[in-house]
Ligand binder design. Structure first.
Ligand SMILES: [Cu+2]
Length: 574
């Protein structure tokens, strides 16, 4: 090859790379995601009647107001306070409960309230696979578009698991978390577990005063502690078992499945069980479905507090919760859960408060306060790791650990509350603006201060974050009025959690921190690849020339050298 070709190739390469480098220095245009292309969900569930928020009396049961945008169904509260055996058919039909879901009888101590309480629970799968179509059923979104497969204990219901024939959404009784159960000291309580699921399960009453075994029920064959390795055998699909106890001590406790606990608890078979002090005429709200505000608090709570909230923190590993969405065959699910899934390699992806992640926590798990109130908070951590719950604008006092009162003289007031897995804390939130307990009214966040606790599958804002919102900071929907025109609606889109929205695109008018479009010219990676390609090509030609054209190369070299020599010789002669 004549030497001029080499020179031509080298020149072309140099110009090509120089031009390309110039081109890649041009900034790409900012690309905005058009809000019209997003699917905004209504911030409040339009199916929930605003009339549910009001203070009211149903079946003679006083139900406190709840300003949340998704308040609990007041008919349900009346039904679980009176018992499904003591209410009208009209009220029962408003709840979706089975007529034998909560049976209350026998005022044994003669103090004006029933002391024999029977609670029927089923096991429901949420966001599970169906053989009928692609997708999951019944659906329960913990945040927009986020549907982890889950199992819950649920009150015994009548009718369908979905809202109706056209909807895939779970009916409102079937949801995360498993319901809060409330009983009184001295009650004779029977929890009847009807295993409506395809796997074996049990109930372990963590922290509740219960005998290891009882022989009146279950034919003397089974125990009462829920542990298949010690007290009883697995409760198989289609079977029922009665757990009976008569608690002697009050406190905030915990119940959960004890079959393959490392996965069944994380799947959602875990809830709060609260033993209230015995008082006359103490009709309790036996279930708090979804947790949150207790709209019919016990007599003892009303003696001391203005409000009461049940708050369950739970976390989920996506990998575990996807298993039930892969197969319809219980053997394959059992194989993946019991033998392939390794909890020691797990990471928590979803963080929930009362079964929901931000922004849905704003619908129903906010603490709605007024100045100078004393609010009872009962907290449970049913996740697998520590949590560190921080209250903005407030310092609260820990009164009870694991249901046992802490020495009042030594109670600690602080603003971060660490809870080990399975731990319960009772807090008193005092909203007196004294610079210690509260710094004034606002829409104050309260959130897990492990920063991952405020994410949903790694996207922030999400997780178990909620608010302590003062009434003066609520809008007409019961959502927080946020200052400076900040718009929370973007969080109510699936696209946000699908990572499709540049989160800062609307911070200023020029969208200076929005998304960069496709760069003109080449990106650095492509440029490096091309450079390597061209270098390789050149080296290849060189090697080819050396090997195949070595004669011509030699001749060219010799003539070049002799030409140089000739030049030198003529210079010397000059
Ligand atoms: Cu289980």
């Amino acid at each position: 090859m004549p030497i001029r070709y080499f020179i031509a190739i080298l020149a072309f390469s140099s110009i090509f790379f120089a031009v390309n480098t110039q081109a890649s220095l041009k900034l790409p245009a900012t690309v905005k995601v058009d809000p019209a292309a997003l699917e905004f969900e209504p911030m409040c569930d339009p199916k929930i009647s605003p009339s549910w928020r009001k203070a009211q009396v149903i079946e003679g049961v006083k139900i406190e107001a709840s300003e949340q945008c998704s308040p609990d169904n007041p008919h349900l509260i009346a039904a679980v306070v009176k018992g499904t055996n003591n209410i009208s058919m009209g009220t029962l039909m408003e709840t979706g409960l089975s007529p034998d879901a909560i049976i209350k009888t026998d005022d044994i101590d003669g103090d004006g309230d029933p002391d024999r309480i029977t609670i029927k629970l089923e096991i429901i799968e949420l966001n599970g696979r169906t053989p009928d179509f692609e997708g999951v059923i019944p659906t329960f979104d913990i945040a927009p578009g986020i549907q982890p497969g889950a199992w819950v204990f649920a009150p015994k219901t009548s009718g369908m698991s979905t809202e109706n024939f056209e909807s895939l959404r779970a009916n409102s009784l079937l949801r995360l978390p498993s319901p809060v159960i409330r009983v009184e000291v001295g009650d004779i309580v029977q929890i009847v577990l009807e295993n409506t699921h395809y796997f074996p399960h049990t109930i372990h009453l963590h922290g509740v005063d219960h005998p290891f075994s009882h022989h009146e029920y279950n034919g003397g064959k089974y125990g009462n502690d829920g542990v298949p390795q010690t007290s009883e055998i697995n409760l198989m699909p289609g079977e029922r078992r009665v757990y009976e106890f008569q608690p002697r001590q009050p406190g905030t406790m915990f119940y959960h499945c004890h079959v393959q606990t490392h996965t069944h608890l994380a799947m959602g078979l875990a809830g709060m069980i609260i033993v209230e002090e015995n008082r006359p005429n103490n009709w309790l709200q036996t279930l708090n479905v979804g947790g949150g505000k207790v709209r019919h608090p016990s007599v003892a709570i009303k003696e001391q507090f203005d409000q009461e909230y049940d708050l369950q923190y739970h976390a989920m590993d996506k990998e575990l919760h996807e298993i039930i969405q892969k197969y319809n065959d219980p053997r394959l699910i059992a194989r993946d859960m019991n033998r392939r899934y390794d909890l020691t390699d797990s990471t928590e992806d979803y963080f929930t408060l009362n079964g929901l992640s931000f922004p849905y926590t704003l619908r129903e798990s906010m603490i709605i306060a007024e100045p100078n109130q004393k609010i009872k908070l009962r907290m449970l951590n049913s996740g697998g790791e520590m949590v560190a719950i921080h209250t903005h604008g407030h310092k609260a006092t820990i009164t009870h650990y694991d249901g046992v009162e802490h020495n009042p003289a030594a109670q600690i007031t602080r603003d971060v509350f660490d809870m080990a897995p399975a731990q319960r804390l009772d807090l008193t939130l005092n909203t007196t603006n004294d610079g210690l307990h509260n710094y004034g009214e606002g829409a104050w966040l309260f959130h897990d201060h492990r920063e991952k606790g405020i994410t949903t599958d790694g996207m922030s804002e999400g997780g178990s974050m909620s608010m302590i919102a003062y009434k003066s900071y609520l809008n007409e929907l019961g959502l927080p009025k946020v200052a400076h025109g900040i718009d929370l609606s973007v969080f109510f889109t699936k696209e946000y959690y699908q990572r499709r929205i540049p989160i800062w695109q609307d911070l200023d008018q020029t969208s200076s921190l929005g998304a960069a479009g496709v760069r003109s010219g080449m990106d650095p990676e492509t440029r490096t690849t091309m450079l390597n390609l061209v270098s390789g090509f050149l080296v290849g030609i060189l090697i080819y020339l050396i090997i195949a054209r070595r004669q011509q190369a030699k001749a060219a070299m010799t003539s070049a050298i002799s030409r140089l020599k000739g030049l030198k010789g003529s210079k010397a002669n000059d």
